[in-house]
Design a protein around this ligand. Structure first.
Ligand SMILES: *Cc1c(COP(=O)(O)O)cnc(C)c1O
Length: 407
């Protein structure tokens, strides 16, 4: 076996150092990853694990996909950063590829998912005042309970998770929060000053909360009828994760704007964007928004390769097919504490009884060679890289079955 070690420090030493000098804004599983390839990651001691989190779906193409790494290296040898003060020779090509893939006329590149969401919110407010004629400062945006859209002050202003909000006030005004999966609540919440509805087609961080069939279609119809923008946050659900290019595709719904991130960076770089048609994204003028790193040539080269891989390897169809099989096998597990198995494509979750603490189960899975993380204490999300093979899926499900049936 090849030596996978890159440093002489042990996992224990690395974890201790990270906790000592790093702010404690995460509570990671006690595992250190030092090398990775495809579905597999290795710790400094050479133990190997299957990655069933995929960096919250940022690694849909698998760790270090050869085509994406080659694109990164080739571009690193040419030009990496120009800022938007000048044109670079890769951004236009990247945005064209992204527009072709998503079916929109324009794109605005940023870096992180939170920045894409912020960009969508700013677009909606600007559109509201410029196109709808709502006085600036009075625009209102509707969001959903249990949402996750990122960590900026504005975004946590409409979070309903006390952990994400408490201590971070004062908050940004202009948001109204309604129950998820409730078209009537949206209908009732829309007023004269409403400019947009921001929604996740599946709530990932809330525990893979899949809305009823028809919800997104109903949302689309309501937004159209009231002349407000439907904004889909596809940062986690996009790029083949749920078995289609985008989760909204399951209902043939075309939002007015999509927030994209995570897998757009191919597991290599933070690459995000907002896509929409020109009547929406056209509201920006020079100086009204920007990002030093957004649209940089290195990110553009990686983004193109990331989309190429999704398309050429038909990862949407692959995720759809394997997803059915995964849920079928998860549902067959004999464990009385399991309440529900839910998901679409390869974004799935096992929900345990209320109050069940899944941390120990995740540690047990890790000991057996599979990495997954609980959300909300009692839910475990399973989201492997989409390049996973049927054999690897079987190997993983054998581990999951063994651990769950021992609970
Ligand atoms: C991860 C995520 C974000 C935020 O992305 P970051 O890159 O962490 O800023 C936004 N929306 C959704 C739905 C996400 O899952």
């Amino acid at each position: 076996m090849t030596d996978t070690r890159t440093s002489s420090a042990s996992s224990a030493e690395i974890m201790e150092l990270s906790e000592k000098v790093g702010a404690h804004n995460y509570h990671p599983l006690p595992v250190v990853i030092s090398t990775a390839e495809g579905v597999w990651v290795h710790d400094p001691e050479g133990r190997r694990y299957m990655d069933f989190l995929s960096a919250y779906s940022a690694v849909n193409q698998g760790h270090r996909h050869p085509r994406i790494i080659q694109a990164l290296k080739d571009q690193a040898d040419r030009c990496t950063l120009t800022s938007r003060a000048f044109y670079n020779d890769r951004m236009g090509e990247f945005l064209q590829r992204l527009c072709d893939y998503t079916g929109y006329e324009m794109a605005l590149p940023m870096n992180t998912g939170a920045e894409a969401v912020e960009t969508a919110l700013k677009t909606a407010r600007l559109w509201g005042t410029k196109v709808k004629g709502i006085p600036d400062g009075e625009q209102e945006i509707i969001c959903c309970e249990e949402n996750f859209h990122g960590r900026t002050i504005t975004i946590v202003s409409f979070s309903t998770d006390p952990l994400a909000r408490d201590g971070f006030g004062p908050f940004t005004p202009g948001f109204k929060v309604i129950p998820y999966n409730d078209p009537q609540a949206l209908e009732d919440a829309i007023g004269d000053k409403t400019v947009a509805f921001l929604v996740e087609p599946i709530q990932g961080e809330a525990g893979v909360n899949v809305p009823d069939e028809g919800y997104l279609k109903a949302v689309r119809e309501i937004c159209t009828r009231h002349g407000i923008l439907m904004i889909a946050d596809e940062v986690q659900t996009g790029f083949c994760r749920t078995g289609r290019r985008f989760a909204c595709d399951h209902e043939d719904v075309r939002p007015d704007m999509m927030c994209l991130g995570k897998a757009l960076g191919g597991g290599v770089l933070p690459v995000s964007a907002v896509v929409a048609d020109a009547d929406v994204l056209g509201v920006f003028t020079p100086g009204s928004h920007g990002s030093t790193f957004g649209g940089n040539p290195l990110a553009a080269a990686v983004g193109i390769a990331a989309i190429d891989v999704l398309e050429d390897e038909k990862l949407d169809e692959h995720a759809e097919e394997l997803g059915e099989y995964v849920r079928q096998r998860l549902r067959a597990i004999d464990c009385p504490r399991i309440r529900q198995v839910r998901g679409k494509g390869l974004l799935n979750a096992v929900v345990f009884d209320d109050g069940f603490e899944a941390w120990d189960v995740c540690v047990a899975l890790k000991e057996e060679g599979l990495l997954a993380k609980q959300t909300h204490g009692n839910i475990i999300r399973f989201a492997p890289p989409l390049v996973i093979t049927r054999e690897e899926i079987d190997q993983a499900l054998d581990i999951i079955t063994r651990v769950f049936e021992a609970i």
